[in-house]
Write a protein that binds this ligand. Structure first.
Ligand SMILES: [Zn+2]
Ligand SMILES: [Zn+2]
Length: 454
């Protein structure tokens, strides 16, 4: 684009590498503010000579969001050069900040830059963004993440206690064709992401193996740093259970109860839909509550006791409340006689009973119950994954480097905001709000409102 007064140059001009010789020494004042200024308003400032006040010729040079105006007087011939922004290492500050703001906010260059295009605001090109990303932003993020991770690991090491980790994998796309899988571990006492590893599916036998491979690499990394892992809580991942049992017998491995309950609930729901089994639906909540109770009532997390408690359920639902077995003889509740009940007992030799009992006493379910995590749950890790989704949605394909640095930004963001305090009103009262989560099916819970993230 050219105008009568000057020339317009695109920022993707390869010969300049997006850098420009500063016209004078400019340092960026901290927190410098940018404004949207229209060209017509701006050029009004340059129509007359700065020195003699007579008319001048204006030439414009544009690099992305940067504008240089060279004003030459027609009369005294004096020249004046004005730059719209300071620089960092010869890069116009606004340009590099534009790239940084896009990446650090989890936005996408094409969408973000499209906004500028629609507004007709001079901006960098996508090509410039990607150049900035690989040349400056990724090394910067990597540096900050490594520093933060180092100090986090040092503070954990100082405490001298083995780590209590929650671990979970995430694939970059649903199904089995995922290109990358990340495995993240969160230290449950401090609620911070300690490490994550990004595994490419072509590095392992199949994309199903990425999760285990990610965990192997995380454990190797922590071992190298001289950090001991005492406990690991994961979902019911059989490969990982086997790996920990055989290769890392020192680590106590537990299953996250939410995942186990989720699996059971699905089976109960399916059964409740079949003919003559409607009663199962009425019991679904009680059955899943019982699983939580088995864990909550067994603080020493003895697996065999939890299983005994779990198995007593099969008697209980058939209105038999004692004689369960050696480890857990009778139900802990009071006598139920005469109490108003909203659901019937199951009767042996009925279809519902014959279908439900094997489901509850299934050896695999018992094995899962024996490994249920006593006090630590992986829900914070789910929260981290939703932060990852913000920075790297599954619907978008990223390069390995792009994915890796977005995971680092997500981890930095999560750790920075992991333990936010409860927000208070102007009058100093703690804030709560009411939310209607999906799992409550229209029911509500009261939730603490926390401070805004930084
Ligand atoms: Zn002049
Ligand atoms: Zn009972």
């Amino acid at each position: 684009m050219s105008t009568s007064t000057g020339t317009y140059q695109e920022s993707s001009d390869e010969t300049t590498d997006g850098t420009i010789e500063p016209c004078n020494d400019q340092h960026r004042p901290n927190g410098d503010t940018f404004y949207m200024v229209s060209e017509s308003s701006l050029l009004l400032l340059f129509v007359s000579c700065f020195y003699c006040g007579k008319s001048a010729v204006i030439k414009k040079v544009v690099f992305g969001s940067f504008l240089r105006i060279v004003q030459t007087c027609r009369h005294c011939r004096k020249k004046r050069v004005w730059d719209s922004q300071p620089y960092v290492c010869n890069i116009p500050l606004g340009n590099i900040l534009m790239s940084a703001a896009i990446l650090y906010s989890g936005a996408f260059p094409s969408k973000a830059l499209h906004i500028f295009k629609i507004l007709n605001v001079a901006a960098i090109t996508r090509r410039t963004f990607f150049r900035h990303q690989s040349k400056y932003l990724q090394p910067a993020i990597d540096n900050v993440w490594k520093q933060n991770q180092k100090s986090l690991l040092m503070s954990l090491k100082k405490k001298g206690k083995p780590l209590v980790l929650a671990g979970d994998g995430r694939s970059d796309s649903p199904g089995h064709s995922a290109k990358y899988g990340s495995y993240s571990v969160l230290e449950l006492n401090c609620n911070k992401i300690v490490d994550f590893k990004l595994v490419q599916s072509n590095e392992v036998a199949s994309s199903n193996h990425m999760e285990k491979e990610g965990l192997i690499r995380v454990l190797e990394f922590l071992k190298k740093k001289g950090i001991k892992v005492g406990t690991l809580v994961t979902d019911r991942h059989q490969q990982i259970a086997k790996f920990i049992r055989e290769q890392n017998p020192d680590i106590k491995h537990y299953f996250d109860i939410w995942h186990v309950v989720k699996g059971l609930r699905k089976k109960l729901k399916a059964l409740a839909k079949t003919k003559d089994c409607e009663l199962v639906g009425k019991w679904e909540q009680s059955i899943t509550n019982h699983m939580y109770w088995c864990v909550a009532s067994t603080p020493d997390c003895k697996g065999d006791v939890m299983v005994a408690k779990w198995l007593s359920l099969d008697n209980h639902i058939h209105n038999k409340h004692s004689g369960h077995g050696q480890l857990f003889r009778k139900c802990s509740h009071r006598r139920l006689v005469g109490r108003k009940r909203n659901k019937k007992w199951f009767k042996r030799h009925t279809k519902a009973s014959e279908k439900l009992s094997p489901l509850l006493t299934n050896p695999r379910v018992c094995k899962d119950v024996a490994k249920l995590s006593p006090m630590y749950q992986t829900s914070s890790l789910e929260a981290f994954h939703s932060v990852v989704i913000h920075f790297a949605p599954k619907s978008t394909a990223f390069s390995y480097q792009g994915m890796h640095c977005r995971l680092q930004v997500a981890a930095l963001h999560f750790n920075e905001n992991a333990n936010r305090k409860q927000a208070v009103t102007k009058r100093g009262e703690e804030r709560y709000d009411i939310v209607f989560p999906k799992y409550k099916k229209g029911g509500y819970i009261v939730r603490k409102v926390v401070e805004n993230p930084t």
